[in-house]
Design a protein around this ligand. Structure first.
Ligand code: ASP
Length: 426
């Protein structure tokens, strides 16, 4: 019998998870049962993905860089990657602003719904505000300073230090390029074989993916807030989702016109990673699968994918920046604050920077949203307005975040002559 493709398996896992969640929420004991007996399996799955993220980045980035012929090749890929990442983020924020100004979802929020939401989610909002305050207290060059670790073992011991690990891996790879072939040979062979082991581990973890997403979605459905709040926020959610859909369409078009790979090819190749990103709400946790899909199913050469994707997972968050722009304007509209053109331009700048600074984990975009709100003079308490629908939108924006990285990696690979012809089977 032919084995079902991974995205079908994941999709079935998701659907069954949602169904079971819906059934169990009908019972008083359902939610506790899910917390005790189902959610832990989802957490174990996410943990195993995160477990592999740092070794994967170290191994594949060092290999990718050390395989480059010389430093000029690295700077060419590096320059294109960063330029495309900034460009796509700017486009995403602009799409978000256009959509939210056209639909004006904040004007549809009734006065009493607003008061209800603000009281109900006040404590969640102040928690995010406190997190954001810690980020804000740092100096202007703090982000740059934070990239260089003072101890690689400390850096690798914390999943939120991804940029530090990336810095070390690039630095180490550069060292390898600069020494004679004979001297570097043993390290290269070790890294090669280390990578094979990591790839095998990813294969093994992926076998559990349908079960992992099943557990995650069951838990999510039983934890979801009441439906009437969703309805109140539906115009806002619609604006975010519409913007995100436009971004996906733009990626498909860009990949199609630049790399000549048709839409079906791109979507089929990246779909399992999108489904996993949707279920986990974390582009960092999804990174191992994104890398596998991009290399094996979209044809991007390892030396490009291993550089472009880990950096993208940490700094390129088009979905997050779009969401921040829509949310900021939505809150302003709900509070009846008029945002002049200059303030909206300010949002483009801060949402771009805030998305770069957001960690690739669930909810990170909302912490950084506080900074966007503060810059634009929008009341931070307004954050409470959007909490009811925060998680589903986080799931959607994570899909866009990783799809953007995949699209950029294909474009960079094409321009470097490192995009292979691939026949997709699953
Ligand atoms: N969850 C998103 C990601 O991991 C980040 C965010 O927008 O909160 O890509």
């Amino acid at each position: 019998m032919r084995k079902l493709a991974l995205y079908w398996q994941i999709l079935i896992g998701m659907l069954l998870g949602v169904l079971l969640g819906l059934v169990l929420s009908q019972f008083g004991w359902g939610s506790q049962f899910v917390q005790d007996w189902i959610k832990p399996f989802g957490n174990i799955f996410i943990n195993s993905l995160k477990l592999i993220a740092i070794p994967l980045i170290l191994g594949s980035l060092i290999k990718g860089i050390s395989d480059l012929k010389d430093i000029s090749q690295l700077s060419s890929i590096g320059f294109k990657t960063i330029a495309l990442y900034i460009l796509t983020t700017l486009i995403a924020v602009s799409v978000g602003l256009t959509v939210v100004n056209t639909i004006a979802p904040g004007k549809h929020i009734a006065e009493e719904t607003r008061t209800d939401l603000v009281t109900r989610y006040a404590s969640d909002a102040s928690q995010k505000q406190a997190d954001a305050q810690r980020q804000r207290e740092s100096g202007p060059l703090q982000a740059l300073e934070d990239i260089v670790p003072d101890n690689i073992f400390n850096a690798a011991a914390n999943n939120t230090n991804m940029l530090q690990v990336i810095f070390f891996a690039i630095f180490f790879g550069i060292g390898m390029i600069l020494i004679p072939e004979k001297q570097v040979e043993p390290v290269k062979r070790f890294i090669d074989s280390f990578n094979y082991v990591i790839l095998k581990l990813i294969d093994i973890i992926m076998m559990a993916a349908p079960f992992g997403v099943f557990a995650l979605l069951t838990a999510l459905v039983t934890e979801a807030p009441s439906g009437d709040l969703f309805v109140a926020l539906s115009m806002y959610a619609f604006s975010v989702v519409l913007g995100l859909t436009i971004m996906i369409a733009l990626y498909i078009l860009a990949v199609w016109s630049i790399t000549k790979r048709p839409p079906v090819f791109f979507i089929k190749g990246i779909a399992p990673a999108q489904l996993l990103g949707f279920s986990t709400s974390s582009s960092a946790a999804t990174l191992p699968l994104t890398m596998e899909r991009v290399e094996e199913h979209l044809g991007v050469h390892k030396s490009v994918a291993s550089f472009v994707l880990p950096i993208g997972a940490t700094i390129n968050m088009d979905g997050t920046s779009l969401y921040q722009a829509v949310a900021a304007v939505f809150i302003a509209q709900a509070f009846g604050i008029h945002l002049p053109f200059a303030a909206q331009l300010g949002i483009i700048a801060t949402a771009t920077l805030a998305s770069i600074g957001s960690a690739a984990i669930p909810g990170a975009g909302t912490v950084m949203l506080v900074i966007v709100l503060a810059q634009a003079g929008i009341p931070e308490a307004g954050l409470a307005l959007i909490f009811a629908i925060e998680r589903p939108l986080d799931m959607c924006r994570t899909v866009v975040n990783l799809t953007g990285d995949a699209a950029v990696s294909m474009i960079v690979a094409k321009s470097e002559g490192k995009l292979k012809e691939i026949k997709q089977s699953s």
